[in-house]
Write a protein that binds this ligand. Sequence first.
Ligand code: DX5
Ligand code: ZN
Length: 221
Amino acid sequence: MPILISPSVLNADLANLTDEIGRIGAADFVHLDVMDNHFVPNITFGLPVVERVLATTSVPADVHLMIEAPDVWAPGYAEAGAASVTFHAEASNAPVRLARELRAKGARAGLALRPATPIEGYLDLLDEFDMVLVMTVEPGFGGQSFITGTLPKIRRTRSAITARGGDIWVQVDGGISRDTIGTAAAAGANMFVAGSAVYSAEDPNAEITALRAAATSAYTS
Ligand code: DX5
Ligand code: ZN
């Protein structure tokens, strides 16, 4: 499984997104948190901003939709050219139909689970997705602390994927830092979103490299 670092720009300077993304050349993806103030109590940006990011950067976009009605809105992000589009299981009426639509439009399809949402109902449907995002904080804000109670779900998700022989990524998002990334990687996560850890670092690229090294040495499948 590739070890991938996807810095979130949530805590970057949102008025200078192009420059801020230019500071993370060592990243595998840039994580774009779309919030609608309904699914989560916060609001960020939507499709017009993501379209401009896609037009002005060569880093592949990893879009995380924290919105209601993703069945309606998510396909637009795939059409715009996002490499990966992740929507929340709690918000979608037809996750399999939506994942198929995203894939048909050329994007990777990601299924996100809030900390209290079990993976079990989705285990037989895993082949429909390219990635499962196990939220390691309650979605909505950067800078929160990692919830260690999500580790068993990461482990169960990875072992179900391994048992099926599938090539599905497990992403973690929330509270990922040099202190926590090893535990998440040891539990089976291979894609790591880090917002404040990367953007509060003096040298974001050095931080990305350190995070990748820590995850690589701890990863077990
Ligand atoms: C939170 C967002 C995260 C956030 C992570 O709901 O989905 O992507 O930016 O920020 P940190 O890494 O600071 O917890
Ligand atoms: Zn996110």
